[in-house]
Design a protein. Structure first.
Length: 424
């Protein structure tokens, strides 16, 4: 019987609104009890962490991993290490690998490799269409039975309306949902930055911001038609958020997430062709960034995901228009989110809910809360400790952080998976 006793920590549970100093006892991988004045059992491992915050381990809704097919960018093992360093205990992996996760055996392969790391729960998405090509619907029933948590084509939008209609209908039949990359493909083709004055000045091919809202509007209409659940990933524009807010008010099965770059950075971060800040969707003007912050605060956005997209040096050391889009985000997920807390935009518990309880509810997972009998997936962090993001010194293989050089407050001190310390 293994036991861990956290003494005098600031207990934070967004699921119940708990924010109090107390103790927490872990036994055999589960939370046995928490509160004030808990008796300290004899012979237990004691974490005397007075002044530090203890919260549920983070649940990251969206991360690309190179394995299988691009292990030179990131492996499951290296991503698991980076996730643990960022306080993430559950990681949802995109299926647009090589080969794509459109076969039950590949879904099971990813599940097994995640389990073998011993430090995260790795939950794979199933491909929404075969080979993630947007043409022919994959076998949803078989993929879900193998362990797929939902269906998506990852970084590729399902551009064909009939295909998306079928995807929503089939996913609904299997009690699941479809995650869409909301960017109208024909409008976005060949673009490198948000269309506007900055892109013009830098001589970059532009992607109109309307490419996002157009596909969101179409897929909301398809959700209404089919009764299916559509989830929009990394939403980044005010127009798209207004549509999602209205769809939720109408009672439609519509949810969304965003990623830290879209509430912490704006398009000026690309500077003079800074390729680490080339993302998909591209960074937006300041008004859109402010709209994303407002949507986090009013509950329109259901979760914050890392949107981790590993790239190697050869992908990024190219002229901006030719460089690959994507940013590493696992180790910085908590710190950048806490910047909105320190900036007064979000209360601490609300910010943590977007990383724990709300994604857990979306995926119907047992974690994301500090409750008796819940998995002891935990993150211990110092809310005030400052640090600087430095590409080349991040955990994991991927170093292509759009936050390179960013000073942050809030550092992970330790991470526990099923009661076992896996970082710190």
């Amino acid at each position: 019987m293994s036991e861990v006793f956290f003494a005098g920590v600031r207990l934070l549970d967004p699921a119940t609104g708990l924010d109090a100093t107390g103790d927490l006892l872990v036994r055999d991988g589960l939370i046995l009890d928490h509160g004030t004045g808990l008796g300290r059992p004899d012979g237990v491992e004691v974490i005397d962490a007075g002044g530090l915050c203890l919260a549920p381990g983070l649940i990251d809704l969206r991360a690309a991993i190179g394995e299988p097919g691009a292990e030179h960018r990131e492996t499951i093992a290296s991503a698991a290490f980076a996730a643990s360093a960022g306080g993430i205990t559950t990681l949802c992996a995109l299926p647009d690998t090589d080969p794509a996760l459109d076969d039950p055996a590949l879904v099971q392969f990813v599940l097994r490799r995640g389990e073998a790391t011993g430090c995260i729960t790795l939950l794979p998405y199933g491909a929404a269409t075969k080979h993630c090509e947007g043409k022919e619907i994959a076998e949803y029933g078989l993929l879900k039975a193998a362990g797929a948590i939902a269906f998506t084509d990852g970084r590729r939008a399902i551009g064909n309306a009939r295909t998306m209609r079928l995807a929503l209908s089939y996913a609904r039949a299997f009690g699941s949902f479809v995650v869409q990359h909301p960017e109208e493909p024909s409008l976005a083709a060949g673009g490198a930055a948000t269309e506007g004055e900055l892109a013009t000045r830098l001589g970059l091919p532009g992607i109109p911001a309307a490419a996002e809202s157009m596909l969101v509007q179409r897929d909301i209409a398809l959700a209404r038609l089919t009764g299916g659940h559509v989830h929009f990933a990394h939403v980044s524009t005010a127009a798209a958020l207004a549509l999602i807010r209205a769809a939720k008010a109408d009672g439609l099965a519509v949810t969304c997430d965003t990623a830290p770059p879209y509430f912490d950075l704006n398009e000026t971060a690309i500077g003079d062709w800074r390729s680490y800040a080339k993302l998909s969707p591209p960074l937006r003007p300041e008004a859109d960034r402010e709209a994303v912050v407002a949507a986090l605060a009013d509950g329109t956005i259901d979760a914050i995901a890392s949107d981790h997209q590993p790239r190697d040096a050869d992908d990024k050391r190219l002229p901006f228009a030719q460089a690959e889009a994507g940013g590493a985000g696992l180790a910085t997920l908590l710190g950048v989110t806490l910047a909105r807390v320190h900036g007064g935009d979000l209360p601490l518990l609300q910010a943590l809910a977007l990383l724990t309880a709300r994604p857990a509810a979306l995926l119907d997972l047992p974690g994301g809360r500090l409750a008796k009998g819940a998995p002891a997936d935990l993150v211990l962090f110092d809310l005030e400790r400052g640090w600087q993001v430095k590409a080349g010194q991040l955990p994991g293989k991927a170093q292509n952080s759009p936050f390179d050089g960013r000073a942050l407050e809030g550092r992970v001190v330790g991470t526990w998976k099923a009661g076992r310390r896996v970082f710190g």
